[in-house]
Design a protein around this ligand. Sequence first.
Ligand code: PEP
Ligand code: MG
Length: 586
Amino acid sequence: MLALHGKGVSSGIAIGRAFVIKRERISVPEYAVPKELVEEEVARFLAAVASTRAELSEIRNHIPADAPLEAASFIDTHLLILSDTMVSEAPIDDIREQQWNAEFALKTQSDRLIAVFEAMEDPYLRNKKIDVAQVVERVLRNLLNPDERENERAPADLCGRVVVANDLAPADAVALKNKGIIAFITNLGGPISHTAILSRSLGIPAIVAVHGATQYIDNDDELIVDGKRGVLFVDADDIVIAEYERRAEKIARLQRELDALRTSEAVSRDGVSVQLMANIELPEDLAAVHQVLANGIGLYRTEFLFMNRGAPPNEEEQLAAYIRVIKDLPGRPVTIRTLDLGADKRIDIEIPITAVNPALGLRAVRLCLQDVALFKTQLRAILRASAFGQVRLMIPMLSSLDEVSRVRDIVAEVQADLRQDGHGFDPDIPIGGMIEVPAAAVSADLFAAHLDFLSIGTNDLIQYTLAIDRVDDTVNYLYDPLHPSVLRLIAKTIQAAAEQGIPVAMCGEMAGDSRYTRLLLGLGLREFSMHPAALLEIKKIVRDSAIGELRRQAAEIMRARDSRTLQALVERMNGDGEAETEAGEI
Ligand code: PEP
Ligand code: MG
């Protein structure tokens, strides 16, 4: 028996035989094309691009009806990349002007595009380089083997098989899912790669970064995949198989229990009601929100509407995007966050970018207060949208009260303009702020006095409190939501809001991580906003909790003097042994 370890990116257990996709790395030939054959070479390149487009469209048209919305949007992203001038046009210039062969011209241009994404700080955008590489690889394969159709390489029926590959593009993942596969294993990849996200939404266990998987595993090997723990057994003995069959049965039972909670209230055993909200990036994410019946949107990251396009969306376009979300969730609050752009999150407008230390530079509200025209356009759209439902306006990255009063002044000006223009809006729209800079958390009482609600952004709060760049792998090990200083800032913020009588939410990743739910409940948090996929698990914990008891335990945790004691107390709070596994298994 062999055990291999990687990064578990999609939970669940799968037991089945391996289907290994052994693809050699493509080596890109480089040669000069004689002048008289240049147009023929251009035609060869165009044919490969056309075949690639046809392949992707075919997969796009065969997405099963029950597949998550992301499946289509990931393939659309690949189709968009294929249409990018650097992929589909610039190589033609190089074939004609430099007399390069099509493969080399494509590789040279795409390497430039990949380098642009590689230099980006934002992990989401940096990840786009993987999409570019996957699209380019598809075109290269079509150039090198024009007669071999990508979709026909894998056998039609892979029912019950575990796919083992070097890497998988989202389009491959969807195509393989259609053939009945039950788990993904890849040599490469990271937790925020699209394939990882997609496997989570498809509900397929997946482990990435299992270095050497395609080398050690042969076709038809019996595999056990433990997606939660990131461990994979090859030819396990009977005892291990029996144990995993037992676990798989238990997970299936837990999943049925979670699904049954969809329409239940998030109320604790001692009668405390908790709001479970969803984070979204684009209106397309709404399907997932409906799947879990979230209480509303706790964070709408509007900067995503501004990305991957030439010019920023105008007022009407923004209004339409906001109304789409509001109308889709009648009677439920929608928290629209104003632009968190800047630094690496660039758009095609003239904005001054701080290159020295982007995370500490001109981003979010700082940028909006400098580019008031950009800010006002967004505020007009959000305010106009507020006439259609329950909208809350949320300001990111606040670090001083001066920013709050400047925002309020600008909102008042925009409201006066809208009145004059005859547009309706909610005159009492709640204006809240994200507490994600330590300066704001330390003075949370002052911010609570000047805002209508607070929302704790733990992703940035942890980065700034611990001086750890959230995208820097070398210091990732220090990124600790349970660091006593982080917990004190969170507790202080929750307390400040309670004293001021205003709502406080949390919308960073910590809010959707079941390891912290009980502690946060014990600290008094009553509104959690998270990726929809995490919501039912958090709901189960809320419903199983007695909050009075959690409050007592949280107080003890806050008195702990060192991280190890604190960690042990949190583990005890979560319940060790069987109870812990039950809650965290899925
Ligand atoms: C956060 O910082 O916790 C947050 C929710 O904002 P973002 O992840 O968009 O920076
Ligand atoms: Mg943030």
